[in-house]
Structures are given as C-alpha cells and as structure tokens.
Ligand binder design. Sequence first.
Ligand SMILES: [Zn+2]
Length: 67
Amino acid sequence: MLLDATFRCCYCGGEIETAVDPSAGRRQTYTEDCQVCCRPNVLHIVLEREGNGLVALIDAEPESDLE
Ligand SMILES: [Zn+2]
C-alpha cells in the first residue's frame, strides 16, 4: 500500500502530491520531478509511526546540491 504525502517544490514552491512505498524502507532518497515546473527535487523521506499507521515526512532539495 502506498502512503499519500506532499512536499514543497524547492524551485517553484508548489505543493506536490506523491506516493511513498513503505516496503522500500524507513528511509528513502530518490528524485522526483515537480508536477508544476518539471524540475528535479531530491526527496529525503522518513517514515514515522502515527497511531496504527505510518506517515511520510519529506524534505526536498534541489538536485544540483548533490555532489
Ligand atoms: Zn516546481
């Protein structure tokens, strides 16, 4: 089952909806293109327990910051 989550695009500031696959691990990092401006955001995702479920906390950063 996928978790619905949102992040804020670090280029245009738009609120982007995404879906996180919990089976890929508690911590995940991958690149997702903004649905508004199509620029690549690197998402650092941490899954945390909330009640009986999980929530996905997402930090987005520009892809160019990765060295
Ligand atoms: Zn954007």
